[in-house]
Design a protein around this ligand. Structure first.
Ligand SMILES: Cc1cc2nc3c(=O)[nH]c(=O)nc-3n(C[C@H](O)[C@H](O)[C@H](O)COP(=O)(O)OP(=O)(O)OC[C@H]3O[C@@H](n4cnc5c(N)ncnc54)[C@H](O)[C@@H]3O)c2cc1C
Length: 512
């Protein structure tokens, strides 16, 4: 349909890319981007773009992707705990400076004929246009003012986003322990002289380190320098003596945005304004740019705005929700990371890769055979045969509580020694999760060997049972058995290798 005038609110990656694609699709359409900041101003440092995103951008607009990749910095991925390091090759991970990304997108939007207006904060309802694309970010005032059925969940942990003035060789996940607790960095290179250091911690550690006070003392547009100096010392060996650099850097809690509807009248939400996904899956920029592709397609295909917005949402919602669920699991995993730092680093890497259920153990073994085989040796005390990993994992003996079991399958004979907990929670660290841990502890004090976690056969429920089992066995020392359908034995095997459970009970149920 012809849209004569489109106003784009917000000149982040989502808004700028939408502006360009709108003009490419219909050069007669008037497109104006309203951005409150200056062209060169931005928050944060580098962002990561994975292979899948690159394919989508290639199909939509090869010229822009070419420039992004030329400015990008490829890297592999490592996990480092103390002096132990494990590396996973990844040809498709690219880091790019957010400033550079925005400069490229601004240039391409203007080249396509969009008008960019900087320096004024606008309200969607005041914009004179047929369609308003609200790409005004996670704190979207448009979302707050409109009828979108929005909810915002606030994470338990705290993070800050800073950088260092050198390029790490690879992306690096690495914890640092101080007298106050554990901090974990997700760091990656994004330019020849720059690396992003995203650093997170739990609330108790944050308080003990006095960061509630430093946060309070930091003005809204300033950097919390006291925290950066502390973290420089904590991560000194990984920084090789370099300082940490801030850019309006302060401690934040991640906000996950969900909206029941993405449009209201002539206004449609896009990117972080509509939905966010925890930074640990590095997908926010990707989601915003893919939204732009789908929105412009829908506006081109449909005859009226309402149908176009419905089509856009129908196309995008399933993959956005799938990624949000992966991100939710990933967030819970990182928020509980200190509990599993005792694992050998290869096993930790397997736990990381399989944390959200989207990377099967077998597939990870194909991409990183040395890592998986080292992890299996730690787990099973011996070398796994090539192929047939899942069966081998289930067949390993277990020594627990002074007793040797021949393999990792619970038998009906175990039932007498176990307390069964029917798990209904989706978050092992919520009140129901706390209650399950308390029951396991009480059962153990009464002499039970451990707990058996059962519940729906559906895959999401199984993954949550594995997470809850991990929490129970770590916090109480109880033996854990997780029920799961035979058809999901891959997930159960990944759970065993990642030390999420001690035993599994295979059932004949079909996952929904
Ligand atoms: C710590 C952290 C790490 C991240 N790492 C990654 C990563 O590695 N990979 C990745 O893909 N994503 C990452 N992200 C997510 C990514 O930054 C966002 O998802 C992405 O920027 C969303 O793009 P957007 O265009 O929707 O919104 P934004 O980039 O937030 O842009 C919104 C724009 O709107 C402007 N604006 C807001 N209100 C108004 C107004 N009223 N008037 C005018 N202008 C307005 C703002 O100034 C801003 O420029 C990370 C996020 C965080 C917090």
């Amino acid at each position: 349909m012809p849209h004569r005038r489109v106003a784009v609110l917000g000149g982040g990656p989502g808004g700028l890319y939408a502006a360009r694609l709108l003009r490419l699709a219909d050069p007669t359409c008037e497109v104006v981007v309203h951005e409150q900041g200056r062209p060169e101003e931005t928050f944060g440092f580098g962002v990561g773009l994975a292979a899948g995103t690159q394919r989508n951008l290639q199909a939509a607009d090869p010229d822009t992707l070419r420039d992004i990749l030329a400015a990008g910095y490829r890297h592999d991925m490592t996990m480092r705990v103390g002096e132990d390091v494990v590396r996973v090759r990844n040809d498709h991970l690219v880091g790019v400076a957010r400033t550079e990304l925005l400069a490229i997108l601004q240039r391409h939007a203007e080249k396509a004929g969009a008008r960019l207006e900087f320096g004024t904060r606008c309200a969607a309802q005041d914009l004179d246009a047929d369609v308003v694309v609200a790409a005004d970010g996670v704190s979207s005032a448009t979302r707050e003012a409109g009828d979108f059925g929005a909810t915002v969940d606030v994470g338990r942990g705290l993070y800050l986003w800073c950088a260092a003035d050198f390029a790490l060789h690879d992306a690096m996940f690495s914890p640092a322990s101080t007298e106050h607790g554990t901090f974990v960095t997700h760091a990656y290179p994004y330019a020849p002289t720059r690396s992003t250091f995203l650093i997170e911690t739990d609330e108790a550690t944050w308080h003990r380190a006095g960061f509630d006070a430093t946060t309070e003392a930091t003005a809204a547009d300033a950097t919390d320098e006291a925290s950066l100096r502390y973290l420089e010392r904590a991560f000194a060996d990984r920084l090789d003596g370099h300082p940490l650099i801030g850019n309006r850097t302060r401690w934040l809690r991640f906000r996950t945005v969900h909206c029941e509807r993405w449009s209201d009248g002539r206004t449609v939400l896009l990117g972080d304004a509509a939905h966010t996904a925890h930074y640990s899956i590095g997908s926010g920029t990707k989601l915003a740019m893919e939204d732009a592709i789908a929105l412009v397609d829908a506006l081109g295909e449909e005859q009226d705005t309402t149908s176009a917005f419905r089509r856009y949402e129908d196309v995008r919602r399933p993959s956005v929700e799938r990624l949000q669920e992966l991100a939710r699991r990933s967030q819970l995993w990182w928020e509980s990371f200190p509990e599993r730092m005792h694992l050998p680093v290869e096993q930790l890497m397997v736990a990381y890769m399989t944390r959200a259920g989207n990377v099967p153990l077998d597939r990870f073994a194909e991409t990183a055979p040395d890592v998986v085989h080292a992890a299996l040796e730690h787990y099973g005390d011996g070398a796994a045969p090539p192929g047939g990993i899942v069966e081998w994992v289930l067949d390993r003996p277990l020594h627990h509580g002074g007793r040797r079991r021949p393999d990792r399958r619970a038998t009906p004979a175990d039932d007498g020694e176990l307390v069964t907990i029917e798990n209904v929670t989706t978050d092992p660290w919520d009140d129901d999760g706390d209650a399950a841990v308390a029951r396991a502890r009480a059962a153990r004090e009464r002499g039970a060997a451990g707990v058996r976690l059962s519940g729906p056969a559906e895959r999401g429920a199984l993954l949550t049972r594995l997470d809850l089992a991990e929490r129970i066995r770590t916090e109480t020392g109880a033996l854990t058995v997780v029920d799961g359908p035979e058809a999901l034995r891959d997930d159960l095997a990944a759970g065993l290798v990642s030390a999420r459970t001690d035993l599994v009970a295979l059932t004949a149920e079909e996952p929904a």
